[in-house]
Design a protein around this ligand. Structure first.
Ligand SMILES: [Zn+2]
Ligand SMILES: [Zn+2]
Length: 245
């Protein structure tokens, strides 16, 4: 049922790290976000072992989603023992702010490529057969904070659909229906334990929106005061991490 593993799955949390998920297959790595704590964790967890291509997707420019992207890119360019190609995939409306952020971190335009997938679907080739697609996705804007644009992603992988909310304060009617109808094999949804937090989806709201029968198809992520036990008790799935469950 699961598509993604998590490097870590916290809000701005010392113990849980920042929220970043990935898919690793056939020497390819799909990485979603690279917040402040993530670069160190990537090295500690050996995520780059056997990788020769990285596709980095960005949801928005809060530091807990992009804070160590410059470090990762500079490391790949200058320090990693083997060559790893990479592409940074950024929704068009935030690509300028991502570029600016990277420049501030010493990453100049010649070190990276930004692709704009906002219109239509972005396809990543199967590393073993270039005539086939490994994974494809679309992004769509979601409401998070007034000062920044944030994006969700819908993935298609091996004939199944998956949803990744990014940081979001709400779920669209379409996505609620899709979760209820099991259109998405798994959805990864940002939740907060604080019912008054205006920037993330309150966990009690999610419980009210989704009937218990479909909750196993929803992984709650970006945790603050909630624990994995709280989430599991309500019938939802918890993030699977690199080492263990
Ligand atoms: Zn955010
Ligand atoms: Zn965040």
């Amino acid at each position: 049922m699961n598509l993604l593993k998590f490097i870590s799955y916290g809000n701005y949390s010392h113990e849980l790290g920042n929220n970043s998920a990935y898919l690793k297959e056939n020497n390819n790595l799909l990485l979603i976000d690279c917040g402040s704590t993530i670069f160190n964790s990537i090295l500690e967890q050996g995520i780059l072992d056997d990788i020769n291509k990285i596709h980095i997707l960005i949801t928005h420019t809060h530091d807990d989603h992009i804070g160590s992207l410059s470090s990762l890119l500079l490391y790949l360019k200058y320090n990693h023992p083997t060559k790893i190609d990479y592409t940074i995939i950024v929704p068009e409306p935030i690509q300028k702010s991502v570029r600016k952020h990277l420049k501030r971190g010493g990453v100049t335009d010649d070190l990276f490529i930004i692709v704009k997938p906002l219109v239509g679907t972005y396809y990543i080739q199967d590393p073993n057969d270039e005539s086939k697609t490994w994974i494809s996705f679309k992004c769509k804007e979601t409401r998070h904070v007034p000062e920044l644009k944030c994006f969700s992603y819908c993935f298609k992988y091996k004939g199944h659909d998956y949803f990744y909310s990014g940081d979001t304060a709400e779920l669209s009617v379409e996505d609620i229906e899709r979760i209820q109808n099991l259109y998405y094999k798994m959805s990864y949804i940002d939740v907060t334990g604080n019912p008054n937090n205006p920037c993330h989806l309150p966990f009690n709201t999610l419980c009210n929106l989704l009937m218990p029968e479909v909750r196993q198809h929803v992984t709650c992520m970006h945790l603050d005061t909630l624990t994995k036990a709280d989430i599991a008790l309500a019938g939802f799935s918890t993030p699977i991490v690199t080492f263990g469950g």
